[in-house]
Ligand binder design. Sequence first.
Ligand SMILES: [Zn+2]
Length: 410
Amino acid sequence: MTTARAVLDRCAELDRFTADAPRLERVYLSREHAGANAVAGRWMEEAGLRSWQDAAGNQCGRREGATPGLPALLVGSHLDTVPDAGSYDGMLGVVMAIAVAERLRDHALPFALEVIGFSDEEGTRFGKALLGSQALAGVWEEDWWDLRDRDGLTLHQAFLDFDLDPRRVGDAARRPDELVGYLEAHIEQGPYLEAADRSLGYVTTIAGARRFRLSFIGEARHAGGTPYPRRRDALVGASEAITLIERRARDSDCIATVGRIEVQPGAINVIPGRADISLDLRAATDGERDAMWASLLAEIEAQCGARGLRLDVRETHRAPAMPCAPWLQEAVVAGIRSTGDDDPIGLWSRAGHDAMAVGLTTDVGMLFVRCHDGISHHPEEDVREYDVAAGLDALEAAVLGVAAQVGART
Ligand SMILES: [Zn+2]
């Protein structure tokens, strides 16, 4: 079961575990999560790994290295999905990791090889992403237990319902000295590899987003009776800001998105007195991202001043970028070279990944696989068998490259 065809078949097999057939939706601590874990665990055993589910619901498999008890190289991705998902975001990386472990089953490696299927990357159920990989990184926070899903069920109760003991979640944590590093293969979720006509790319860094709520506060007045000089229209102010945000981001290396807007009072014949917008801001480095925010804020404040609007800003989320470790980037680059690509492309990941959290406890490296038209988080998500075949060869070579480096150190 080590060919690209077998990998794609297994991705299709995981589609069975869905809460919303024929659409794919598999969220944290659901019956579908348990089903996907069981199947992945069986595949891990067939690949010669000892398999278990950890204290946070991550599905793990391990084969000892040349001597038992060595630190582990983790290889994997996630098994949960967004609503109406495609079949490859996350799952491809888990299934590829299992296939590579199977290919290497007769190799004596200078580390234990572990495959991991993270339980929650998307954060779909409890509104908080990376729960599985944050448990592994040992950064679980007490107040997360009170997070609720859309039925009002707490994360604490969901643990109990899944036969997990919330008091033991710390058992999922891995210390840096237990680990060699983490490698993750993932679909690109963007169009750059396709545009460059490449199967694979290596990741340089994973962007950390900053998210804001911007409130434009004006004055609600009669739509007919209020002449323009007396209007303080919050929605027009917000609209000006939205187009400014897009213009500035287009002219830079940043990505900025306004995905939500709320208008009050929201009546056809009343000038909007208040408009709230969201802003999601990303860049390759935190410095570029923060500089963009500072200049956007100054310009939006000036626009508001000219319109007699008050601007309130609240930061709702902030994550630092997670750079991939240079030595693991090199291993991934060498892996891609081994497939015949002499000049591998490096990309910064605009999307978040488990590697962001795992990077808090060990070095991380990522391999991107081309996906059709950059489509992801959508049922039309697609990969080519040819690219997956190259990806398997590259990931296997990258693991062997890590082995050569670790072997030389010891
Ligand atoms: Zn993903």
